[in-house]
Design a protein around this ligand. Structure first.
Ligand code: ACM
Length: 704
């Protein structure tokens, strides 16, 4: 819920006299340059659109989507039924002018400029895709006034900082339905993300139909996979929005599902079934050390790199998939292969000896090189996670960095020194439950990489969502709007890094994303509704809005390390509070602004606002308990409801000058401990109301 803070923010931004400051706009990502003039273009029934250029079906479609959506946003009835290539009138109120139509590719010209006067909007770009990026910016300029909708007059010129701006979605651990992928593509196009990387296979599942090797989907999945027809539709859907798709098949490790279908590919015989690869029930004493030991020392399902039949198989497979996925990249995974399965197989060891391959890292490099050569036959460039990198691999293999980077990022420097290119995903893992600002402040170019090296070798970055605890119901809640903060990091200038300003725009963007693209809000309510057989979701929504998950790997590892705890598997329901809440609490952000302003100015308006919010939280448990009478799950988490009530009550007392502040602080600090894998997001602000001092947000969160 937005508080008085937002109201003041919007009023001071929009109603000031003369030209607005570009800083008050709600553009995300922020353009490279924006200058506002006085005056505004008002959307009225005479609004017309003309497209001038050599003809582009995808731009015409994008203009029509924009036009329809603009009508919905403004409520104005526009005169054109729809816009066709024949609508090229230079005198139209909005003209979209471009020179060439291009296929979406990495490195194409995505620049555009917008010139808005009180009587005309001109959008100009070299390419149709640049014009599409500009349309998204134009849509974000549309703002309400007291009487209608307008765009401020001004000039914007814009182009991306990085060519590769991706989102990786793991569709293997839990299947992510086709329609959810389309909605993600819609959201990506709004924030100018241009690569959808689909992690299509892992131990738990193989998710795309193969006609050449049909057992892949028949035996390698639990029945959930994309048909080839769906992939073709998805490709068109993405290309129409200026987005490419990179398919990933994770090899040689993370391959249980492939081995379940074709066990002859395996490094050791076993009865393979799609499932998690580590079996924790074999560990006698379960703790972090024993799990780490298991991960580094256990042979895991791995492709055999020593047999020619392996490469014959992947030749057939890459040939088929290269036709299905026409964009020029093929991701082969190559992460987290501990090499133990290879070392334990005498035939593989003999192969290494015969070839003079000294260790399993070199054997992995041999495997990568062989797959590289096959992919090259089908005009594909290989991408591998950072473990694919070895000085002996071909230079044109693109390396995707994912491990949390040490301060001196020597790996990136080695990759660039090898004349290879790198995509950065370190710091962009959305499954860590970190708030958006942590990802936002993580520049893809670490401090010790020179600008020249970065230009040469860093293609860009990718947000990533791994789906151990994600399925079709909560994927949009988990990814959005946080992925948009990463989109801005990759599109906008490095100097754009004001966190409060990012959040101001992010929450507005979230409204746009839900309106135009995703079902984040719908799914949130859907999961909450499962807890209560009641139409009034307010008490559970009030509760869920102020909790966030414990950060880092604690949640995943916590489940793994707790005997008897349900750790996520292919059929996990994912309907608990830690599955549904946002990693970043919007309610907390607005509350924090109010608390910070109150502590700074001691303004009575803010004090009353804060008190009424605290009162609402304190009383929430009354209705919550009514609902809990009929809800087994609410009963389980009633301690969270009590905690919210107690915490708000303590802060209220402190504000009223009642009680002992030291005791109150201690009581609040005791509530920092997680319950049900979630923490009270508003706790730092409640503590600040007791102490009078608001602590800065953490600069980093530990991974464990
Ligand atoms: C990875 O997270 N194993 C790429």
């Amino acid at each position: 819920m937005r508080t008085i803070f937002t109201a003041l923010l919007i009023f001071t931004g929009i109603l000031s006299a003369g030209a607005q400051s570009p800083d008050s706009l709600y553009l995300l990502p922020r353009p490279q340059s924006a200058k506002l003039n006085s005056g505004r273009f008002v959307f009225a029934p005479q609004f017309t659109v003309g497209v001038q250029g050599p003809g582009s079906a995808k731009l015409t479609a994008a203009v029509n989507r924009f036009y329809i959506q603009l009508g919905k946003r403004t409520g104005v009835y526009f005169p054109q039924e729809f816009i066709t290539a024949a609508d090229n009138n230079a005198g139209a109120q909005l003209t979209v002018k471009f020179d060439r139509s291009v296929l979406p590719q990495i490195g194409i010209d995505e620049s555009y400029s917008l010139n808005i006067s009180p009587t005309k909007i001109s959008l100009t770009a070299s390419t149709d895709i640049g014009a599409m990026r500009g349309l998204e910016t134009l849509y974000q300029l549309v703002a309400p006034s007291g009487t209608g909708y307008y765009c401020p007059a001004g000039e914007i010129s814009d182009s991306p900082r990085f060519k590769w701006r991706g989102l990786m979605i793991d569709v293997a651990r839990h299947f992510i339905p086709f329609e959810v992928l389309k909605r993600n593509i819609d959201a990506m196009s709004i924030v100018k993300i241009n690569v959808l990387h689909l992690h299509l296979s892992d131990d738990e599942g193989f998710r795309v139909e193969s006609k050449v090797y049909p057992k892949l989907q028949e035996l390698g999945s639990n029945g959930y996979y994309y048909t080839q027809e769906q992939i073709k539709e998805l490709m068109n859907y993405a290309h129409d929005r200026g987005i490419i798709i990179v398919p990933e098949f994770d090899l040689p490790g993370h391959s249980t599902s492939i081995l379940a279908a074709y066990p002859f590919l395996a490094s050791y015989p076993a009865n393979y079934k799609p499932a998690r690869r580590y079996k924790l029930d074999t560990i006698k004493k379960l703790n972090l050390m024993s799990v780490m030991k298991l991960i580094s020392e256990t042979p895991t399902p791995t492709i055999d790199p020593s047999k020619e039949s392996t490469y014959t198989f992947f030749d057939g497979f890459f040939k088929e998939m290269s036709g299905l996925f026409p964009d020029p990249y093929l991701h082969i995974g190559a992460d987290e292969n501990n090499g133990v399965a290879w070392k334990q197989n005498p035939a593989i060891v003999a192969f290494m000896t015969a070839k003079g391959i000294k260790n399993t890292d070199e054997l992995q490099a041999y495997f990568v090189k062989r797959l590289h050569d096959i992919a090259q036959k089908y005009n594909k460039r290989i991408i591998g996670w950072e473990e694919a990198f070895n000085p002996s691999i071909p230079q044109d293999v693109i390396v995707q960095k994912w491990k949390p980077a040490p301060a001196a990022d020597t790996l990136v420097k080695s990759i660039i020194a090898h004349n290879s290119q790198v995509i950065i995903s370190s710091g962009y893992y959305l499954d860590m439950y970190f708030p958006a600002y942590i990802h936002y402040l993580n520049d893809p170019v670490s401090a010790n990489v020179s600008a020249a090296d970065a230009d040469k070798g860093i293609l860009g970055g990718e947000a990533a969502i791994w789906s151990e605890s994600v399925n079709g119901d909560n994927e949009e809640i988990r990814v959005w709007p946080r992925a948009a903060a990463i989109a801005e990091r990759l599109w906008s200038a490095a100097s754009v890094k004001d966190v409060d300003d990012m959040y101001r725009r992010l929450w507005m963007l979230d409204f746009e994303l839900n309106d135009r693209a995703i079902e984040e809000n719908t799914n949130y309510n859907k999961i909450l509704a499962r807890w209560v057989s009641d139409e009034d979701l307010t008490p559970v929504r009030t509760l869920a809005n102020v909790y966030t998950q414990v950060k880092g790997y604690k949640r995943l590892m916590g489940a793994m390390l707790t005997p008897g705890a349900a750790s996520p598997n292919l059929s996990s329901p994912l309907v608990n509070i830690a599955d549904v809440v946002h990693a970043d609490s919007e309610t907390d952000w607005y509350f924090r602004q109010s608390v910070a302003t109150y502590l700074d100015k001691h303004d009575d308006t803010y004090l009353q606002e804060i008190k009424s919010e605290l009162q609402r939280w304190k009383n929430n448990k009354v209705r919550f308990n009514d609902l809990a009478a009929n809800s087994p799950y609410l009963r389980q988490i009633s301690d969270l409801s009590d905690r919210l009530s107690d915490a708000a009550g303590i802060a209220l007392k402190a504000l009223n000058g009642e009680g002992n502040k030291d005791d109150q602080l201690k009581q609040l600090q005791q509530m920092e401990k997680a319950l049900h894998e979630v923490q009270l997001a508003i706790l730092p602000e409640l503590e600040a109301l007791v102490t009078g001092k608001l602590k800065p947000v953490p600069a980093v969160y530990p991974l464990f």
